[in-house]
Design a protein around this ligand. Structure first.
Ligand code: AMP
Length: 476
């Protein structure tokens, strides 16, 4: 039998793993810039967390969950999304009593949905997202939206489209559901089996149906804006006015209702297409939620959040060359010349790493040509070459693999010599560890003509957010 990965689940390695880690690090640093703190909930929850939290009428709960009984015969589910699990964690740990309010939490990790695999759609995928819980304000909603956009700008995206809508408060949705029931009841015979069930459970879910014929019918359905309570309408326009003040462009999309049951009031999605038109679907989706904390046994607190698909973000960045300059190479390839120096070179390589430079070395003697090829394949910046002669003299040859410049350095002053050579070759890598030649990090002055110039597009946030701390160790 040939072993392959489970259908819809992919192995992430090499440049993709480095690219995904880079994407996650920028998004996490952006969240920290906005004063969010990380939460790492378990991958597995009792099934009721999602059936009650995410909602019985959502496609995710009805059709897409990886649910099984554990050895204690309890029904557990691999999380299909984070919000319900994060809220469960907030309630189980009574964070609303022990932590600073509002809670500002971000997360990053895998989620699992049994969906039909296709471009940008996997059965195991990674999400980054935030939840802001405990403060009911249009400003909080706006901050969450802005943070999602800011994270994507930090990654180097130039053109994003923010789609926004309100699905109102409970009163609004109750009236709206009745109106939809009446409308769809007149068309249900022509609609898919799923929509028959959706009509019974929650007719708003019909608006998410992917079947083309059903979508056509849904186009003629009543619009939520005609059912909005005064309070919901006011709140929505407050959020929009904050976005206007910040120069954030948006598109009002009254067909946007989002597929999860817990949403109320403002909902939004961020989309982007690759330059060649490839559509990976929504990069990010989120909204405000009213009853979720209470539904999962906590106090009556509201929240707002979004989730972003890392594979989709990575896919678009890769397609548009936004990761072309991502430095995935090592600093040094240490080359032993001859069998006799293998042990000393092995020890020296360890010393180099202790100085904070990433390094590799062959564990057996190889031809020079082979070693240079290996160094190139690992993207090494410098080669450190040592034979018996060098060892006896206490020196090594340091070769810049880009410029091919070579010089002899003293092993006694190894740290200083390496610092000097790296400073000269990479003068922009300053103390905060921000390599300005890395993608999306090059600081660009905001364009005054640009409607979104209020946000720090592509700004490097290193100084504020401790980006790339691990790079600080030895380099300068
Ligand atoms: P949702 O919770 O469905 O709104 O998803 C939030 C974000 O997660 C979406 O905008 C996508 O970027 C991403 N996402 C959702 N489902 C998948 C999937 N099956 N594969 C990859 N990314 C996904």
């Amino acid at each position: 039998m040939d072993y392959v990965s489970v259908k819809g689940m992919h192995d992430i390695y090499g440049n993709e793993a480095a690219g995904m880690a880079y994407v996650a690090s920028i998004l996490k640093a952006t969240a920290e810039l906005y004063a969010y703190r990380e939460i790492v909930p378990p991958v597995l929850e009792y099934t009721e967390v999602f059936s009650r939290g995410t909602g019985e009428s959502s496609d995710i709960v009805r059709k897409e969950m990886y649910t099984f009984n554990d050895k204690g015969d309890r029904s557990v589910t691999l999380r299909p999304e984070f919000t319900a699990g994060v809220v469960r964690a907030v309630v189980s740990n009574k964070m609303y009593a022990t932590e600073e309010m509002p809670l500002k939490l971000y997360y990053c990790g895998p989620a699992f949905r049994y969906e039909r695999p296709q471009l940008g759609r996997y059965r195991q995928f990674n999400q980054f997202g935030v939840e802001e819980i405990g403060q009911d304000s249009a400003r909080v909603d706006a901050e969450c939206i802005i943070m999602a956009m800011q994270g994507l700008y930090m990654l180097g995206f130039k053109k994003l489209s923010l789609k926004i809508n309100t699905i109102g408060d409970e009163e609004t949705r109750a009236k709206y559901r009745e109106a939809l029931k009446t409308y769809f009841a007149g068309h249900i015979d022509e609609m898919c089996d799923d929509c028959h069930e959706r009509l019974k459970l929650n007719p708003m879910r019909i608006l998410d149906c992917k079947v083309e014929r059903d979508q056509k019918i849904a186009e003629g359905a009543p619009k939520i804006k005609d059912y909005l309570s005064e309070a919901s309408e006011k709140r929505f326009y407050e959020t929009l006015s904050i976005l206007n003040d910040l120069g954030v462009e948006y598109e009002l999309d009254d067909s946007l209702v989002r597929g999860l049951d817990y949403y109320s009031e403002v909902v939004f999605e961020v989309h982007a297409l690759a330059k060649d038109g490839t559509d990976y679907g929504a990069l990010c989706g989120g909204g405000h939620y009213g009853g979720l904390v209470k539904e999962l046994g906590g106090p009556d607190l509201v929240g707002v959040g979004f989730a972003m698909g890392l594979e989709r973000v990575y896919g678009l960045m890769e397609k548009d060359g936004l990761l072309a300059n991502l430095d995935t190479g090592i600093d040094l390839y240490v080359m032993p010349v001859g069998e006799n120096v293998l042990n000393d070179v092995f020890t020296l390589t360890e010393e180099v790493r202790q100085l904070g430079y990433s390094a590799d070395t062959p564990l057996a003697a190889l031809k020079m040509g082979t070693m240079f090829k290996k160094a190139e394949r690992r993207g090494a910046k410098f080669a450190l070459i040592l034979g018996e002669d060098e060892l006896n003299k206490g020196v090594a040859q340091l070769k810049n693999l880009k410029t091919k410049e070579q010089s002899e350095i003293s092993l006694k002053d190894l740290g200083e010599e390496l610092d000097k050579a790296f400073d000269k070759a990479y003068p922009n890598e300053d103390d905060d560890g921000c390599g300005t030649e890395e993608p999306g990090k090059a600081t660009e002055a905001p364009d005054p003509e640009d409607p979104e110039a209020g946000l720090m597009k592509e700004g490097c946030a290193c100084s504020d957010a401790d980006f790339g701390k691990e790079e600080e160790k030895g380099k300068k």
